[in-house]
Design a protein around this ligand. Structure first.
Ligand code: BGC
Length: 414
């Protein structure tokens, strides 16, 4: 009798569990070593809430391929539960009428108090939360292999002049100075960082946030483009089309000394068992120590067909904002938590510096949205900026003036 009761009870529980369990399909592009480790933490946490994780991973840095796959799915009326959609693109999807409000979760958990307005405003469509933020990535970093610098007797650079001097010293010593991945989004990542160093935060805002034609054709822009192109002789012949994580692997394995990249690169160093400050250095990109280009990952939520699916979606959103997730995910991803009041003691010096600089730059007006990572402009405008910059990088006959003119035209694309 007792045994039967236990069996029945277990069976009822299983049914109850199944009724509330949902399949949560999540589109993302976290497929490199460090990224996949971080994504695995998200899966684990969701499964701990009783749901089933359905992976919708589309490889390709910065998510261009993922966005194409997403459009196909949404157009065919079969969206995933959540998708990695960031910045102004959240508004673009909101306008399509396909995003779901998660205001009830946000209100219950007090997200308005846990997120800085620069973040919460972006997560809302017409005043309602439709997305949950995951992290804050800093883009303007330089990743350095200190052993190679030592070998060449070269200095870790703080300014652009020092950077070119170091690159030259390395080159003379027969060491590959720069690890580079020639893909449009990576070109834009390096370019925005160099332009920030050349022109400073006010110029950056005019050129990449306000899309100001005068800034785009100014002598400062010409100098930014020329300075960017000066990096090319320090890259290798095989850089065209190279994925960012393979470029990072060159720095990890001592094949190249430096890489301009956001701190998802740190996830690769850590996944390879490397120790910051010893095996690799994270330096603010030369000439940008007082500035911070931010890139915030977030998941937008889609309208779903039934209550169970919605429950899964809300549990997913709540898991992402939990302190537990914000810590473990970001320790793996290279980013820092986006949620206020987090204990940073488990984070390394790069993470702690990022958290500190996020605060200070926010107070002095040099916290800037990364245009290369979808934080600053309409996705179509961004695509046109990418084209201008990549064409300039690849076509050695194109002048900086021609590239600047292309940027002025790009600013009008929408
Ligand atoms: C995303 C990161 C990702 C990187 C490389 C960025 O745009 O924000 O999460 O790791 O692209 O794919």
């Amino acid at each position: 009798m007792q045994a039967l009761r236990i069996t029945l009870c277990a069976a009822t529980m299983a049914v109850a569990f199944a009724a509330n369990a949902a399949e949560v399909e999540v589109l993302h592009w976290w497929t490199s070593g460090g990224e996949a480790k971080a994504a695995a933490e998200l899966k684990k946490m969701l499964e701990a809430k009783g749901h089933k994780w359905k992976d919708f991973a589309v490889a390709g840095g910065a998510g261009e391929n993922a966005m194409t796959a997403l459009k196909t799915r949404v157009v065919s009326g079969n969206p995933p539960t959540a998708a990695q959609i960031k910045g102004p693109a959240i508004q673009e999807w909101g306008e399509e009428g396909v995003l779901a409000s998660i205001d009830d979760v946000a209100k219950k958990e007090g997200w308005d108090k846990l997120l800085p307005p620069v973040v919460s405003n972006v997560m809302k469509y017409k005043g309602s939360y439709v997305a949950v933020p995951v992290n804050v990535h800093r883009v303007n970093w330089l990743w350095v292999n200190p052993e190679l610098l030592k070998k060449a007797n070269a200095k870790a650079p703080n300014t652009l002049d020092e950077f070119f001097a170091t690159a030259e010293t390395l080159k003379k010593a027969g060491i590959q100075a720069v690890a580079y991945g020639g893909q449009p989004w990576q070109d834009a990542t390096v370019f925005e960082t160099v332009a920030l160093a050349v022109g400073g935060p006010d110029f950056y805002k005019k050129a990449f946030v306000q899309l100001d034609a005068n800034a785009l054709k100014s002598p400062t822009m010409i100098k930014s483009l020329e300075t960017y192109k000066r990096i090319k002789p320090y890259t290798d012949k095989n850089s065209a089309g190279r994925e960012w994580n393979l470029a990072t692997a060159m720095v990890i394995n001592g094949k190249a000394a430096m890489q301009f990249m956001g701190d998802w690169a740190k996830g690769e160093f850590l996944a390879a068992g490397k120790v910051p400050g010893k095996d690799f250095l994270c330096l603010p990109a030369p000439g940008t120590a007082g500035d911070y280009t931010f890139n915030i990952d977030s998941f937008a939520m889609f309208k779903l067909p039934n209550k169970d699916a919605e429950k899964g979606e809300k549990d997913f959103a709540s898991a992402v904002m939990s302190t537990q997730f914000q810590e473990v995910f970001n320790l793996n991803k290279g980013s820092i938590p986006v949620r206020a009041g987090m204990d940073m003691s488990k984070f390394d010096a790069c993470g702690q510096q990022s958290a500190k600089d996020f605060q200070t730059t926010s107070k002095k007006g040099s916290l800037l949205p990364s245009f290369a990572h979808g934080m600053a402009m309409h996705s179509a405008t961004q695509g046109a900026y990418y084209d201008a910059i990549s064409q300039f990088w690849n076509d050695d006959k194109m002048t900086a003036k021609q590239a600047a003119d292309k940027l002025v035209a790009a600013a009008k694309v929408k």
